[in-house]
Design a protein around this ligand. Structure first.
Ligand SMILES: Cc1ncc(COP(=O)(O)O)c(C=O)c1O
Length: 365
């Protein structure tokens, strides 16, 4: 079966000696490897003020806290995402307010965000869903007009760009996830980007119990309870090795995604996501839109290709039920969408076979 998502590790020959070295170095906690990873990852993706975390969820919690959500208040977000996006809002003490999505891309709709803004809005969280960048110029203009901080959830979108700028560098805060199946994994891990340099120290304290690194333990003073969200030298070592291969992998996702954009758009009865001309997706997943997504899923299964909706709109979970309002576009998008594999593991031959099968499914209807 060709999987929808796949773990990508660096070559064993390079990774294992590096891991052995760090494991027996006597310094496996947060240290030099973590700080080197922060610098190298930031340089590669043109990010400023980057901090490594133990997970994307921890990084999101930190971003929400730094945006002022710890005091309560509404956070405008999307339900069309993985659950951690909105669970982190609850962790921070905020109230999720679900905006509807753009029916053609599945991304949060800027127009719907505009309708949801109120005096209680503390932050806006946007998810570049499946690797497609949100309409960031319009969104940022709206947020700036209301002086509301924007958090980019880039967990699906490493390497995606908007108007030539990498995602993660556009909002007031951004997070990435290095969880097992993302473009790049450190087994588990995350990354926080903070636009305002003056908040970096707060972010570091939040990441590590509220303690200040470098101050003697007998003298250090905790003023706010922080968390245990730091990355360690072992996972950072995996991250450093991943940086040698990640551009190649992202390029393969993009190449496959553009191929599907061209080919599937020509198939009658199917649609492909429509996104802003300024958006350059990194296609973590490819999304096909069909009136019969079950049939598409079955036809691909028959040729050994996994397809799935993958996520459950978050407002359908009991924990978010009380925040759910009408989301007509999301309901329609979710009914029609199906994700198909698009990553570095997909061969040219297999992607052509996928297109052939999709053409036949539609002709046979
Ligand atoms: C959109 C989105 N946001 C946040 C996260 C949380 O990342 P992590 O699993 O690293 O905590 C994930 C991954 O599960 C995700 O897909």
């Amino acid at each position: 079966m060709i999987p929808l998502v796949k773990v990508g590790m660096p070559d064993r020959d390079r990774l294992m000696p590096a891991l052995e070295e760090v494991l027996y170095s006597g310094m496996i906690g947060e240290g030099e490897s973590v700080y080197r990873f922060e610098t190298d990852f930031s340089n590669m993706f043109h990010l400023k003020n980057g901090l490594a975390f133990s997970s994307g969820t921890g990084a999101l919690h930190a971003a929400l806290h730094l945006a002022g959500v710890c005091d309560g208040g509404d956070v405008i977000s999307t339900s069309m995402t993985a659950e951690p996006t909105n669970l982190a809002i609850l962790h921070a003490g905020g109230t999720p307010v679900f905006a509807d999505v753009d029916i053609n891309s599945g991304n949060i709709s800027v127009e719907s965000v505009a309708e949801k803004i109120s005096s209680k809005t503390k932050a806006i969280v946007v998810v570049h869903y499946a690797g497609i960048p949100v309409r960031m110029h319009d969104l940022m203009a709206l947020a700036e007009a209301h002086q509301i901080p924007v958090i980019e959830d880039c967990a699906h979108a490493l390497g995606a760009k908007y108007a030539g700028q990498g995602v993660g560098a556009l909002g007031d805060y951004a997070i990435f996830s290095f969880q097992a199946i993302k473009h790049m994994t450190t087994v588990d891990g995350g990354f926080l980007v903070v636009k305002d340099t003056s908040q970096l120290q707060d972010a570091k304290r939040f990441r590590w119990f509220g303690l200040e690194k470098g101050v003697a333990r007998e003298q250090v003073n905790i003023t706010d309870a922080g968390y245990k969200y730091n990355m360690n030298n072992v996972t950072a070592t995996i991250g450093l090795m991943q940086l040698d291969v990640i551009q190649q992998r992202i390029n393969a996702h993009k190449e496959n995604g553009r191929f599907f954009d061209r080919e599937i758009a020509n198939i009658q009865g199917l649609s492909v996501p429509v996104f802003d001309v300024d958006a350059e997706p990194s296609y973590w997943l490819y999304t096909v839109l069909s009136e019969d997504s079950d049939k598409v899923e079955q036809a691909l299964k028959d040729i050994g290709v996994m397809a799935s909706k993958l996520h459950r709109p978050n407002h359908l979970h009991s924990v978010f039920e009380c925040y759910a309002g009408p989301l007509p576009n999301l309901n329609e998008y979710y009914q029609r969408m199906i994700h198909i594999p698009c990553g570095w593991w997909l061969t040219k031959e297999k992607r052509e076979q996928i297109v052939d099968v999709l053409s036949n499914v539609c002709t046979a209807r």
